[in-house]
Design a protein around this ligand. Structure first.
Ligand code: AOF
Ligand code: ZN
Length: 398
């Protein structure tokens, strides 16, 4: 495995001191330990420093728990005169916990260094303002690129109301997801499929279209036997009590068979149907009797269905009662194509196998009409490259 690609932070060029960048980088690394446990809250880290020595550190560990600043202050005896490095602007609102800006003021820190300003309406610069009016020096934008990278999903949800969308596909070396006869099992090897289960364990929901339900009769769960194929160090933390993975089925006309694996296991694993407007209420009721949650979209337009369903998933109005932060689209090409056409693919995990398939009618990953001019192509940035036996996985992000 090759690990992360280096992310350039042109720190010195911005006039930021190397020391500020170093401590902020540590705060961001701490923050990342909360990933997968704090959502829909942002992962945040805090490091307290005096005379170039770390005197306390902490991070937001779980949804509803203390914020990073409070954890860091609890980790140190006396923060008087210290600099607090916080990866996100300290809050100034009374949420599940009291405002962190007040806690920092009470602790008499002299300086607060922030990476990303919090766009959350109840904060949105207010935390910085409160610190400044208490006479504390505040610097923002330190290691901003790395800070925003970690907060990308949170930032998207706060700004648009929609969860971050990861599109996952497996394809041949020549870019086909199936042969011309539709055969697709299996293009990539078992180690790659283990990595997919690892990814499933880290998102709120996985989405498939009806074509895939009919063709594959998939179960779409996280299977520990598959996870075991992933090296121990890369395993997600499955010990914390995060919400269970939700399976989403997008359906414009055809419905899943009551005997399908998805419907048969809906009482154990949450299964939600995103239905088009033409589907009859009686059919939805029949699925609801089998514990499938159903939500009907007012529009039959695939792009509108993507947008409206994402707004619903990203709100508290969904059956979980908690906004979703990460949704993974697993296929097929028609659903992936609709997400691409709606410009709602934020991250791609492309698994590529050492096989060539060929054939003009063998499909690629995106089944939308596509673009005509290259200048209209969505550009994503390379984030990571891994290899799994004879396959590679490319991760590109918006
Ligand atoms: C901070 N430090 O570590 C985090 C912050 O529901 P609550 O009370 O947990 O508040 C959630 C909001 O608080 C969230 O939307 C974001 O604005 C902020 N998160 N703020 O000062 C932290 N996690
Ligand atoms: Zn806070």
């Amino acid at each position: 495995r090759n690990g992360l690609m280096p992310n350039e932070t042109n720190a010195a060029a911005n006039g930021h001191s190397a020391e500020d960048i170093r401590w902020m980088t540590e705060a961001i690394e701490l923050a990342s330990q909360g990933r997968g446990k704090v959502e829909p809250n942002p992962p945040v880290g805090c490091v307290l420093v005096r005379d170039s020595v770390c005197i306390g550190k902490g991070y937001h560990q779980r949804f509803g728990g203390p914020h990073a600043e409070v954890e860091a202050l609890a980790d140190c005896d006396d923060a008087t005169g210290a600099t607090a490095y916080v990866s996100l602007e300290p809050c100034c609102h009374h949420g599940k916990t009291p405002p962190c800006a007040d806690a920092l003021i009470r602790a008499k820190v002299a300086r607060v260094v922030v990476s990303v300003v919090d766009p959350f309406a109840e904060v949105d610069g207010g935390g910085i303002e409160r610190l400044r009016s208490a006479g504390i020096e505040v610097v923002t934008g330190i290691a901003k690129e790395a800070g925003e990278e970690l907060l990308a999903a949170y930032l998207k949800r706060i700004r648009t109301g929609m969860p971050w969308v990861i599109a996952k596909w497996a394809m041949s070396l020549d870019g086909r997801i199936a042969t011309q006869t539709g055969e697709s099992k299996w293009i990539t090897g078992p180690a790659s499929r283990g990595a997919v289960h690892e990814l499933r364990a880290s998102v709120d929901a996985i989405a498939v279209g009806m074509g895939t339900v009919i063709a594959d009769n998939p179960l779409l769960t996280v299977r520990l036997s598959e996870l075991a194929k992933v090296t121990a160090a890369d395993k997600p933390n499955t010990e914390t009590e995060t919400s269970p993975l939700v399976r989403l089925v997008y359906s414009r006309s055809r419905l899943p068979d009551l005997q399908s694996q998805l419907v048969q296991t809906a009482s154990q694993t949450p299964t939600w149907l995103i239905a088009g407007p033409q589907i009859a209420n009686a059919d939805l009721a029949r699925l609801a009797d089998h514990d499938v949650e159903t939500w009907q979209c007012e529009s039959a337009d695939p792009i509108e269905m993507v947008r409206q369903s994402l707004l619903w998933l990203g709100s508290k109005d969904n059956p979980r009662g908690l906004a979703m932060t990460h949704v993974m689209v697993e296929g097929g090409s028609q659903l992936l194509g609709s997400f691409a056409a709606a410009d709602q693919i934020d991250e791609v995990h492309a698994f590529i196998a050492g096989k060539c398939i060929g054939g003009r009618s063998a499909p690629g990953p995106l089944g939308d009409p596509g673009i005509k001019a290259l200048s209209d192509a969505t550009s994503l940035r390379m984030s990571r490259v891994d290899s799994f036996d004879n396959d590679v996985r490319l991760i590109y992000r918006r």
